[in-house]
Design a protein around this ligand. Structure first.
Ligand SMILES: Nc1ncnc2c1ncn2[C@@H]1O[C@H](COP(=O)(O)OP(=O)(O)OP(=O)(O)O)[C@@H](O)[C@H]1O
Ligand SMILES: [Mg+2]
Length: 395
């Protein structure tokens, strides 16, 4: 096993008569020995290009890649001791499934009995032990994909690169194998980078996730950090289902408190959201009065006050309002019961805030809804730079 580091790595595809295509733009990341990493991003963002440069199947246009303490830019794939499961599987059609999986082991001069034991083990792990005597053209896409994955996992290597290893599998099998593969990678201390565009899979499998967009590494952090401290508006909107609410606002200082006015400069009294003692926070975050920001809050973190208007019964489950939490009100836009949770839309400052709650709620159409925005769940992003300037959890 080995560590892996990318230093300012770019991939530029050039073709005569065509503009250069910067598929990967100055990506840097350091991956520890034994760490499991997900490359997460939408189609075309440069995940496969990054993986193929690490494996040596694509040249590195700029920057350098190190595996362990060796710079590998100039090494051929076979000299890098990297096992890869390809997006397109790349199985050998004339060989049986067994021989496809055993191929890398036989080259490595492992004893025959040991080869048989390891192939069986990984085939059972991936639920393909019953097709070991078949040939790849006779297999379904999902079976071929698991053979390709088995072939990569079974051979000893310094680094494992898995390009969308479970994209063809149905959800139940996927979630079963996810757990098994994670245990296998951890048990063998396999440094691994896997590509996915499924964030549930990335969160379930990876120690850290590299979020990419348009060739740029947006943030490289643990699943918790991506959720609780997204570095910018892209990550804030991309990670989490349903997506984080992002509401335009402007910064204002008032009576020693830092506030944002929802709905921009026209924001009014009812739509102030406070952050606490102004001077300290504003100085730390470099915030100026009038600065355009986006206020972020996840739909699950907003608390809905179900107390009837004018009533003096405390809301179910709570009464004393925790210090620093913000109360805002707005008209109900929609109330959808999804079978296991409610999606509730509330108009705030010209935008619709989505709230997710566990139970079904009986709310009259267009009624005024009271919401609590817990300080610890709030995020502020600079509208211009798109970067995070403040996370309520840090205050
Ligand atoms: N061999 C190539 N020649 C020219 N351009 C390429 C080549 N391979 C990929 N690209 C381009 O580079 C960009 C990134 O492609 P890449 O395959 O790395 O994306 P990806 O994140 O793996 O996408 P997907 O999720 O669809 O597999 C795309 O714009 C793609 O068209
Ligand atoms: Mg790809």
């Amino acid at each position: 096993m080995a560590s892996l580091s990318l230093q300012d790595v770019s991939k530029i595809y050039t073709r005569k008569g065509r503009a250069d295509n910067w598929a990967v733009k100055s990506v840097s990341m350091a991956i520890d020995d034994g760490e499991i990493i997900a490359l997460l991003g939408s189609s075309g963002c440069g995940k496969t290009s990054t993986l193929r440069m690490i494996a040596g199947f694509e040249s590195v246009s700029q920057g350098s890649i190190r595996i362990g303490d060796k710079t590998v830019n100039a090494l051929a794939p076979a000299e890098r001791n990297v096992a890869m499961a390809f997006e397109g599987y790349a199985l050998y059609p004339p060989l049986t499934v067994y021989d496809n999986i055993a191929f890398g082991l036989l080259r490595g001069k492992v004893a025959r009995d040991e080869v048989r034991r390891r192939v069986r083990h990984v085939a059972e792990l991936l639920e393909i032990a019953d097709i070991l005597e078949r040939y790849p053209p006779m297999l379904s896409g999902g079976q071929q994909q698991r053979v390709s994955l088995a072939r990569a996992l079974v051979r000893p290597a310094d680094l494992y690169l898995l390009d969308e290893p479970m994209s063809q599998l149905e959800p139940q099998l996927r979630s079963l194998l996810r757990g098994r593969i994670k245990d296998y990678l951890i048990a063998h201390r396999m440094t691994s980078v896997f590509v996915t565009h499924d964030q549930t899979e990335a969160v379930a499998l990876a120690d850290r996730i590299a979020v990419m967009s348009d060739g740029v590494l947006q943030q490289f952090a643990s699943p918790e950090a991506l959720k609780e401290r997204p570095a910018n508006l892209f990550v804030a909107g991309f990670i989490g289902e349903p997506a984080m609410n992002l509401l335009p606002a402007v910064v204002a200082h008032r009576a020693g408190r830092l506030e944002v006015l929802l709905g921009g400069r026209q924001g009014h009294e009812a739509l102030r959201v406070g952050f606490g003692p102004a001077a300290r926070i504003a100085a730390a975050a470099g915030l100026q009065d009038g600065q355009a920001v986006q206020l972020g809050v996840r739909p699950h973190k907003v608390r809905l006050d179900t107390q009837p208007p004018g009533g003096d019964m405390p809301a179910a489950g709570g009464n004393a309002q925790p210090a620093g939490d913000n109360i805002v009100q707005g008209p109900l836009a929609f109330n959808q019961w999804q079978g296991d949770q409610s999606h509730i839309g509330v108009e705030l400052g010209g935008h619709t805030l989505l709230v997710v709650t566990d139970g079904a709620l009986d709310l009259a159409p267009h009624s005024r809804v009271t919401l609590e925005l817990p300080l610890a769940a709030l995020h502020l992003f600079d509208s211009h730079t798109q970067q995070a300037v403040l996370h309520g959890a840090d205050l």
